[in-house]
Design a protein. Sequence first.
Length: 176
Amino acid sequence: MEKKKCENCPSELTEDRRSFLTKLTFVLGGIGTILIGIPVLGSLFEPLVKKEKKSWRKVGKIADFKVGDTVLVKFPDGDILPWAKEISYTASWLRRVDENNFEAYTINCAHLGCPVRWIEESELFLCPCHGGVYYKNGDVAAGPPPRPLQKYPVRTTNGYVEIRSEEIPITTIENS
C-alpha cells in the first residue's frame, strides 16, 4: 500500500507532523492513565498501610453508673473527620455488671444494623426493623439476627469508665 503524498506540502513536514502527533497522543494518554491510576491504586493499597484508629474514650465516672443498670452513652467516634460535627459521635449501651465490671454493646443490630432499644422492664434489647430480640448480655433471644450484639472493649481508669472506640464490623444478611 502506498502512502498518499500531499502535493502542496514538502514530504519532511508531513512526516514530522505525523510523528509529532503520534508522540503527543502517547504522552497525553500516558498522563491520563497515571492521573486515573493513582487514586485507584491508592484505594487498593490503603487498607495495607492505614493504621486502625482505636482510642479509649471516657464515657463517665464509675460512680455515675448503678450496678445492674444499662444506659445509653455517647462518645466521639474513632474516625473523626474535620467536617463531621454531630455525626462524629457514636453511642453504646453500657451495663454495669458488678462493682468492678462493665459491658458495652453496639447500638446496631447484628442483622441489618438498625439501632436497638433497651427495654428496662423486660431487660431486653429490641430491634424495631425486623423484630430482633437480645438478652441483656447481648445474646440473641429471638428473630433474624445471626449473632449476638457486638461488644466494645471497656476498662476503668482513674475513676472513669472508658470504651475503646473502634470500627464495628459491617454485618450482612446470612442465609441459614
